[in-house]
Design a protein around this ligand. Structure first.
Ligand SMILES: Nc1nc2c(ncn2[C@@H]2O[C@H](COP(=O)(O)OP(=O)(O)OP(=O)(O)O)[C@@H](O)[C@H]2O)c(=O)[nH]1
Ligand SMILES: [Mg+2]
Length: 205
């Protein structure tokens, strides 16, 4: 699955299927990215590569429930994504966990239990464990009416003490489909600055 990765520093997008990773990627890069109504559209890591700047954005396949995709295959995708991040952690400037702002809390709560850690919560912790700066892009905010409550609940589930406004360097409410991604660009500017890669600011203005 992960053959042919260019040797670059990168920002990766991870998350469940159908949350809008590829749509967000299109907004970030201005490149035409295949997106879709059906989950499981992106099957391979997709790199948007700027060789001269030693930088790329990488759109990773989504995991979790997908209609018509077997459980074993879904598990495999998640394992592959985790391996990819682990193997390349020292080149990953940020791991953007993309959530569906409308659905995330319900899905997390449905999968929380004594023997179960929800995918999103697990991934968020995993990014920290492997020393990749975690960023949370809460997407599809155009479908959310109780904005602040929703964002507070997401922070709470991820172990970030609410109110969410305290976490603006980590949590970015966006609506990729509407082209409304400024909060994420702001976080990425901070990421690049901290990484002493100010020349990458050209990609997030
Ligand atoms: N309402 C709304 N819909 C969105 C937004 N962003 C993406 N979508 C829609 O969500 C669906 C899935 O988008 P994709 O970008 O293909 O999702 P993905 O996370 O790449 O999915 P996989 O490749 O299956 O992992 C598409 O129908 C998009 O148009 C948004 O901000 N608001
Ligand atoms: Mg995709």
């Amino acid at each position: 699955m992960f053959e042919g990765r260019p040797d670059r520093e990168e920002v990766v997008l991870v998350g469940r299927s159908n949350v809008g990773k590829s749509t967000l990627m299109r907004e970030l890069t201005g490149h035409d990215v295949t997106t879709g109504r059906k989950p499981g559209v992106t099957r391979e890591p997709t790199h948007y590569d700027w060789h001269a700047q030693n930088f790329m954005f990488t759109d990773l396949p989504g995991f979790g429930f997908m209609e018509g995709v077997e459980a074993a295959r879904r598990e495999q995708i998640k394992t592959d994504v985790v391996r990819y991040v682990e193997a390349n952690a020292d080149q990953i400037l940020a791991g953007v966990l993309v959530l569906d702002g409308k659905a995330a809390v319900d899905i997390i709560d449905r999968h929380s239990g004594p023997d179960e850690v929800p995918h999103d919560v697990e991934l968020f912790g995993f990014l920290r464990d492997v020393d990749v700066r975690p960023v949370v892009a809460v997407n599809k905010m155009d479908k959310v009416d109780d904005r602040d409550d929703r964002l507070d609940a997401i922070c709470d589930r991820l172990g970030l003490y609410p109110p969410w406004q305290q976490w603006r360097d980590t949590v970015a409410p966006v609506a990729a489909k509407r082209g409304s991604v400024e909060p994420l660009l702001e976080v990425l500017r901070d990421v690049f600055h901290d990484a002493k890669r100010d020349e990458l600011l050209q990609f997030v203005t």
